[in-house]
Design a protein around this ligand. Sequence first.
Ligand SMILES: Cc1ncccc1N[C@H]1CCCS(=O)(=O)C1
Length: 105
Amino acid sequence: DNTNGLAMCRVLLAELEAHQDAWPFLTPVNHKAVPGYRKVIKKPMDFSTIREKLANNQYLNLETFIIDVNLVFDNCEKFNEDDSEIGRAGHNMRRFFDERWTELL
Ligand SMILES: Cc1ncccc1N[C@H]1CCCS(=O)(=O)C1
């Protein structure tokens, strides 16, 4: 059953949102303010959208949740230079997430 899987999603999402480097990922990227973003990034994702999907029971289990979290970081790598404020934040957040969810297994 995926009961504990969804409890882990809630814990993990709260920790992602609380991280000091979460600021680029808390809300959807404003494609009107970020030229090229809508064209380049085919599947936008952010922590507030993940929270909404979790509240609407749209994640079957931990695996489907992890796919969306990784989409946030993959989009960040695609659009941002590694040596940039947002690029570094993305790498830091991916490392934090990977270390954390593997601990919870
Ligand atoms: C994750 C990302 N990739 C590319 C461009 C921008 C962003 N994030 C923005 C989200 C809103 C606040 S901000 O505009 O400072 C940063």
